[in-house]
Design a binder for this molecule. Structure first.
Ligand code: NDP
Ligand code: 8X3
Length: 254
């Protein structure tokens, strides 16, 4: 990864922040994107001290097509040739039945997980094609493989990510640009806190009595995917905790 330029969306927390740490350790140059700039600044200060790595921060809301297009088009020339795009920014909101669902929650999930991922991809991939190198890693989910009760719209967004990863791979056939989807089960991050709008008790219950994956586990898999030889494309990795066998099939110690 030495001197490779890696753009990570949603780098202010969880899986994205772990990717920043592991890729910095591997010698990459990092473009870190998220809405919470102060979080990115704190992370980049820590990484610069530990790894002396080069980091470029962008405050970015992936749901805004105009901001995504303008921000990525105006990267300094020394940062514009992105080698690896990690489309990680995403969220879930609520666990309501569809017929009782909150439209604002739906809009936010669809705008972030599907449209945001598409906007960033649309801005970055043409450069990869014209330079003849690049790797896109989309963060899907077990939720994109199997729908669970209350997951409805979130699961639909991750099923869309699965379809987009497959479609992008097909569209890039004949170019050297690679596409991988990394699809985790339960990972302990701020994900559940966001899903339950800051209700820490509900969020903690998600991981009660089991050993969840850590964000570093996922970052490690992403790093593995992008460091295979150029002729190897890992299409999809479905990864769960040992204590999980499906979205709702979980072993908890009581
Ligand atoms: P976190 O809540 O810890 O991190 C989510 C990240 O996404 C934050 O950095 C947040 O940054 C960013 N983000 C959210 N909305 C936007 C936006 N509009 N624009 C830019 N960045 C945004 O959760 P995770 O690390 O767990 O989630 C990362 C990805 O992993 C998501 O796509 C999620 O769906 C997926 N995933 C998570 C699993 C889990 O169990 N945790 C399992 C399977 C998949 P900020 O708020 O600063 O903008
Ligand atoms: C996150 C995993 O099972 O909570 O995508 O939806 S799950």
């Amino acid at each position: 990864m030495q001197n490779r330029i890696v753009l990570i969306t949603g780098a202010s927390s969880g899986i994205g922040a772990s990717c920043a740490t592991l890729f910095a350790n591997a010698g990459a140059k990092l473009i870190l994107a998220a809405r919470r700039k102060e979080r990115l600044e704190q992370l980049s200060n820590e990484l610069r001290q530990k790894h002396a790595c080069e980091i470029y921060l962008v405050q970015l809301d992936v749901t805004s097509h105009s901001s995504v297009a303008a921000t990525l088009a105006s990267l300094p020339s020394s940062w514009s040739d992105i080698d690896v795009l990690i489309n990680n920014a995403g969220l879930s909101r609520g666990l309501d039945k569809i017929y009782e669902g909150d439209l604002q929650n739906w809009e936010e999930m669809i705008d972030t997980n599907i449209k945001g991922l598409l906007y960033v991809t649309r801005s970055v991939v043409p450069g990869m094609v014209s330079r003849g190198k690049g790797h896109v890693v989309n963060i899907g989910s077990v939720a994109g493989h199997q729908t669970y009760p209350g997951g409805n719209v979130y699961c639909a967004t991750k099923a869309a990510v699965k379809a987009i990863s497959e479609g992008l791979k097909q569209d890039l056939l004949g170019t050297p640009v690679r596409v991988s989807s990394v699809d985790p089960g339960l990972v302990e991050t701020e994900f559940s806190l966001v899903r339950f709008h800051g209700d820490a008790e509900k969020a903690n219950n998600t991981y009660q009595g089991l050993t969840p994956l850590t964000p570093d586990d996922i970052a490690d898999i992403i790093l593995f995917c992008v460091t295979r030889p150029a002729h190897v494309n890992i299409n999809d990795v479905l990864v769960m905790p040992t204590d999980q066998a499906g979205p709702t099939l979980v072993h908890r110690q009581v």
